[in-house]
Write a protein that binds this ligand. Structure first.
Ligand SMILES: NC(=O)c1ccc[n+]([C@@H]2O[C@H](COP(=O)([O-])OP(=O)(O)OC[C@H]3O[C@@H](n4cnc5c(N)ncnc54)[C@H](OP(=O)(O)O)[C@@H]3O)[C@@H](O)[C@H]2O)c1
Length: 265
């Protein structure tokens, strides 16, 4: 199953494109000749990536600054995309952030904000674009979750639960869309060295090299999986093993082990 072919008035909307995995997903799509619309809060970062992407391929690159945790801002962003005459044929919900620490010690407002960005924005943007894709009979969605989606994580309670939502939602969406020509794929990376780590306050400096996956590789595997209409993509054999364990080990045991060995904060 291929993605809809690139066209001057169609776009791949990528959220969280101002850094890390989202920027690399935009690079992977741009390298295939797709026009992209880059969305995040930091406009100057989006502009810098837009210049980088336009240079070699002359693809149409748009930027829209938006706080995805704000419902009104999401409305303004999608109105802006429409005003620019763009049809969203590919939607990549990648924006997200985490936190680190026992829930009772974290800032409750920040945890709620996390649910807005990691969960509410994903459902909102799918609600805005997926029905139109289904009517057109083509399109693709790539929702970025995490290996944290496969089991609860002490000291990352809200984050892991938010990603479990994204995975369960996208699995069901994948099935709902069967036969429509539209696909939905979840990308579940393990640890990746991006700004995510410092934003979350994770102290992972001493983590061994083998646990990390390269951001560009994660992005490329995600885009390839979406092109193939895969339901779930977990980059890297270690992460696939951890996903299996997370799904099949008894939950009480998992929680105890994760609480001891998972270096959350
Ligand atoms: N790095 C990892 O270890 C890892 C592992 C598994 C899954 N993931 C997931 O991968 C995705 C990308 O993370 P990353 O590792 O690339 O981290 P990152 O470099 O920190 O990128 C996060 C992106 O999300 C955007 N974002 C955050 N809050 C936003 C908001 N309120 N409105 C709009 N955009 C917002 C940021 O842009 P602005 O700050 O400019 O708004 C940035 O572009 C996330 O969903 C994350 O949960 C990461």
């Amino acid at each position: 199953m291929a993605l809809p072919p690139p066209a001057p008035t169609s776009t791949c909307l990528v959220t969280g494109a101002s850094s890390g995995i989202g920027a690399d997903i935009a690079r992977s799509l741009g390298a295939r000749g797709y026009g992209v619309t880059l969305v995040a809060r930091r406009a100057e970062r989006l502009e810098a990536l837009a210049r980088e992407l336009r240079a070699p391929r002359r693809v149409r690159v748009e930027t829209v600054a938006c706080d995805l945790g704000d419902a009104d801002a999401r409305q303004r962003m999608s109105a802006e995309v429409e005003e620019r005459g763009l049809t969203v044929e590919v939607l990549v919900n990648n924006a997200g952030f985490g936190s680190a620490g026992r829930f009772q010690e974290l800032d409750p407002a920040r945890e709620i904000e996390m649910v807005r960005v990691n969960v509410e924005a994903v459902v909102d943007l799918c609600g805005r674009y997926v029905p139109e894709m289904a009517r057109r009979g083509r399109g693709a969605v790539l929702n970025v979750a995490s290996t944290a989606a496969f089991q609860p994580l002490p000291r990352q309670a809200t984050y892991a639960a938010s990603k479990a939502f994204v995975l369960a939602f996208t699995d069901a969406l994948h099935e709902d869309l069967a036969g429509t020509g539209v696909t939905a794929t979840t990308l579940c990376p393990g640890p990746v060295k991006t700004e995510f780590i410092s934003t979350a306050g994770l102290r992972w400096d001493d983590m061994p090299g083998f646990i990390w996956t390269d951001s560009a590789r994660v992005a490329e595997e995600g885009v390839t999986g979406m092109e193939r209409g895969r339901r779930v993509v977990v980059p890297g054999p270690l992460n696939r093993a951890s996903a299996l364990g997370g799904q099949h080990a008894p939950r009480g045991l998992l929680l105890r082990v994760a609480g001891k060995v998972y270096p959350a904060g």
